[in-house]
Write a protein that binds this ligand. Structure first.
Ligand code: TXA
Ligand code: MG
Length: 353
């Protein structure tokens, strides 16, 4: 399904959208583009089809899926007791990288929600996928299209790398514009709770609706055995083969701290401005310090590239928590199993090692 080949050829694009919609209606799996990351789609109302997603990804059964819809008008079909706030948020941020947790209706099968009495809903901002959902006339359950545990896919090529032979096809909608997954907001509690930082900054949400609690899992602060509200947040994730250490703090300081720690077999993920410091190492840059849009687009690619590398350890610089920085930092820290070193600490300031 290479849509880039058929640019301008409306008929062919429509045929491909129709073909993808048919596969989905018939219970098959299709990789679909969204503005955040590629999804692995199936009919959200068909428990058997949804089970195939879990098999293809090797995903743990207790990790529920997001259903993708074309707009807020679909909410009452699949969700119960939809609060007015959901419509306020949808009007402002849909289509876009916001997932809302709402009470579910029985029409959504247990396979999709992993037995929870809530369901995650989002309207993706990608014209092709919106057309596919509209054509199929059903909500599409879609986790990120990576094999479970691997970094998410931001190109159709990434999806093929992980899923070739496991799914019917992938619709190529170009590289993902946002690059990190959607922001997940739980609307079944008061105040609403941020379960996963993502492509829509927390500040934008708070500006519209006021105070939001941040779930402990976002900062990796769960106690041993404690369950996060978004089951997926408990898994070590996005992890390359080599262990990752995230270095936080002002970029100049974190770069110096990494420089102190690296050896010839280390890998480095750093801001563009510091790449030249690491001439002996394999380096993948996140983009400029000041450009979090680019950092979000690149973070998974950097982690993915290290998967096929022989480095023995990886050090990553990390943006501050403002704006998209919260999501970018969260993905890096998850890849590191929350192994984080603060470069601004006294120890570093004193130059001790
Ligand atoms: O941007 C995205 O959200 C992408 C694209 C494809 O839409 N999808 C995505 O799906 O990231 P996935 O499955 O990789 O992550 C979904 C997260 C998981 O952490 C899961 O535990 C959580 O959403 N989740 C799903 N349903 C939930 C529910 N009812 N309550 C709490 N968390 C839920
Ligand atoms: Mg995922």
């Amino acid at each position: 399904f290479d849509l880039r080949d058929t640019k301008g050829q409306q008929k062919e694009i429509e045929d491909k959208i129709g073909a993808a919609a048919k596969i989905l209606r018939d219970g098959g799996l299709v990789g679909i583009p969204t503005e955040t990351v590629y999804g692995l789609g199936a009919n959200a109302l068909d428990g058997t089809a949804v089970k195939r997603i879990f098999e293809a990804k090797g995903r743990p059964q207790d990790n529920p899926l997001i259903i993708h819809v074309t707009g807020a008008q679909w909410l009452p079909r699949y969700c119960a007791d939809v609060p007015p706030l959901a419509y306020v948020l949808a009007r402002k941020f849909w289509p876009g990288p916001l997932t809302m947790i709402l009470k579910r209706r029985p029409i959504i099968p247990d396979e999709t929600t992993a037995g929870l009495d809530t369901v995650a809903v989002r309207c993706p901002n990608h014209p092709v996928t919106l057309a596919i959902i509209r054509e199929a006339g059903i909500p599409i359950a879609a986790p990120s299209a990576n094999l479970s545990g691997r970094p998410s896919c931001t190109t159709a090529q990434d999806v093929l790398e992980d899923m070739d032979g496991r799914i019917s096809g992938v619709v190529d909608g170009g590289p993902c514009a946002v690059g990190v997954e959607s922001t997940i907001l739980d609307l079944t509690c008061d105040p609403p709770r941020l379960l996963r930082p993502g492509g829509l900054p927390l500040e934008d949400l708070e500006r519209l609706i006021g105070k939001i609690d941040v779930d402990k899992a976002v900062n990796g602060a769960l106690a041993e055995g404690e369950k996060p509200k978004a089951p997926g947040m408990k898994y070590r994730h996005y992890a390359p083969k080599a262990p990752v250490t995230v270095i936080t703090g002002a970029p100049e300081k974190s770069a110096q701290e990494i420089l102190r720690r690296v050896g010839p077999t280390s890998g480095v993920i750093c801001f563009e401005e510091f790449a030249d410091l690491f001439r002996e190492q394999e380096v993948h840059t996140l983009g400029p310090v000041g450009d979090k849009l680019v950092q979000a687009q690149r973070v998974f690619d950097a982690l993915r590239t290290f998967d096929t590398s022989d480095v023995t350890e990886i050090f990553a610089q990390c943006p501050d928590n403002r704006g998209l920085g919260l999501a970018i930092g969260n993905r890096l820290k998850k890849a590191a199993g929350f192994h984080v070193v603060e470069a601004d600490s006294e120890r570093v300031v004193l130059g001790l090692t």
